[in-house]
Write a protein that binds this ligand. Structure first.
Ligand code: 2HG
Ligand code: ZN
Length: 457
């Protein structure tokens, strides 16, 4: 029996997919990269099954690519070497919500939105909110260290993972971390796992820190004539001591795409927008929001709208969350970047992005988590493919990455390196640092079978 037959005999053919059509959806993700079909996809339902897959795959020297919900933006879940896709989409149990100790224990396939709904019903709060929160999974969030708008105040997934149960290649299970808010026993292996893009081990249980749910939320949208003014307004607002939970920037191209296609209508003449959301206690919230509005006005906002009710607030966020899917739907290709620069360098970065796009003669939409300096710069491609176009895209990406590093930034804020950014890893990290990471990988997966071909060039 070959490995796939063995797995089929153990787990049943319904959960070991071999059919070309059934495998189609495991060949792609949200990165826009070409298809990489696996030879087989296993829909695991328990830790024991993941142990079995990783043990047998090791014995048969077959590559395994773990997969959450497939919403990744850099190709982390693509099986570039074929082999097995190990999907956790059926592991959707929320095992525990402990309100007294403020933790949740979940299986990796639980969607971020499902956990949020559940904890919020209990008066609690799980802050990380990637734009795809209704479809992305917590296992994937852990693998990529997902962020989102609220990362500005609350941090990214890493800041909420207290403990992990993981299975490494070969089938050994490790209990990492803890269930308590504090702890310094041994190396922080949980932090190492978070953001390791599924290359070190597969998470089978995640212990997450929760917070009490903020009692009030207030949101405003400030529109500006141009992007640079909006970009500069970010620094001013934060410099004045405001700490919104989200501070999102949208450029003219993004606004034009969203106009008429999403619930919220941006005012005419808007060349950029800032979405600013505060949370906390209701007392003083309105006054705080007004101070933020005043700061935006003094920075040159041409219009400020305060979301007067929850429906309006949801409309604004739905509109922001639709940026990626809308741009994707309207262009043949969308090449997503995810750079971060120090907040004070945002205006200069925006200037450089504009110059790069103009020189490359490519339309570009920029939006993102401006409070964190995390900008999604998207090249929008409708021209027919040609070597000349590819060279132009590459020059534009190179120039963007170079500008980011020159300004003291980093090449990926929340989407990881995956396949898409490998070329740039050595631009940011010195050879000994990359070498050390390769050694860590080899320690956990000596034959490079778990999510091979990712991160490292
Ligand atoms: C967002 O913030 C997501 O909307 C997707 O991270 C970003 O489209 C993108 O590049
Ligand atoms: Zn984002």
């Amino acid at each position: 029996m070959d490995l796939f037959q063995l797995l089929s005999a153990e787990l049943g053919p319904a959960r070991v997919l071999r059919d070309e059509l059934a495998l189609e959806r495991f060949a792609v993700d949200e990165s826009g990269l070409p298809r990489f079909p696996p030879e087989c996809a296993v829909l695991a339902e328990s830790r024991a099954e993941i142990e079995l897959v990783l043990r047998l795959a090791q014995e048969h020297r077959i590559a395994v690519t773990p997969r959450g919900a497939g919403t990744g933006m850099t190709g982390g879940a693509l099986p570039v070497r074929g082999g097995i896709v190990l999907s956790t989409e059926r592991m959707v149990r929320i095992r525990e919500i402990d309100a007294e100790n403020l933790i949740a224990v979940v299986e990796p396939g639980v969607t971020t939105g499902a956990l949020q709904a559940e904890v919020e019903a209990a008066g609690l709060f799980y802050p990380p909110d990637p734009a795809s929160l209704e479809s992305c999974s917590l296992g994937g969030n852990v693998a990529e260290n997902a962020g989102g708008p609220r990362a500005f105040k609350y941090g990214t997934t890493r800041d909420y993972v207290l403990g992990l149960e993981v299975v490494r290649m070969g089938g050994e299970t490790l209990q990492l971390g803890r269930r308590t808010p504090k702890g310094v026993v041994g190396y922080d292996l949980v932090a190492l796992m978070v953001g390791s893009e599924g290359t070190l081990a597969v998470a089978t249980e995640i212990v997450l820190k929760l917070l009490p749910k903020p009692r009030a939320v207030a949101t405003l949208l400030a529109t500006f004539r141009d992007l640079l003014t909006a970009g500069a307004a970010v620094g001013t607002l934060v410099g004045r001591g405001h700490r919104p939970r989200a501070l999102e920037l949208l450029d003219r191209v993004t606004l034009e795409h969203l106009r008429g296609r999403t619930p919220y209508r941006f005012p005419d003449g808007a060349g950029a927008a800032l979405l600013c959301e505060l949370d906390g206690d209701p007392e003083g919230m309105e006054a705080q929001l007004l101070r933020c509005a005043e700061s935006c006005e003094q920075s040159g906002a041409i219009e400020i709208q305060i979301a007067e009710d929850e429906r309006r607030r949801r409309e604004l966020w739905e509109t922001r969350r639709r940026a990626n899917p809308t741009l994707k739907a309207l262009h043949r290709r969308k090449i997503p970047e995810d750079i971060v620069v120090p907040r004070a360098a945002i205006p200069e970065m925006l200037r450089r992005v504009d110059a790069v796009a103009t020189q490359a003669n490519l339309p570009c939409a920029t939006y993102g988590h401006a409070g964190d300096g995390n900008l999604h710069i998207n090249l929008l491609i409708d021209e027919p493919d040609s070597p000349e176009l590819e060279a132009r895209i590459e020059r534009a990406l190179d120039a963007t990455m170079r500008a980011t590093l020159e300004l003291g930034g980093t090449l990926a804020g929340e989407h990881g390196v995956g396949l898409l950014k490998q070329r740039y890893l050595p631009w940011e990290q010195a050879p000994p640092v990359i070498q050390l990471q390769r050694q860590l990988k080899r320690l956990l997966d000596p034959e490079d079978l778990l999510n091979p071909g990712k991160i490292f060039p």
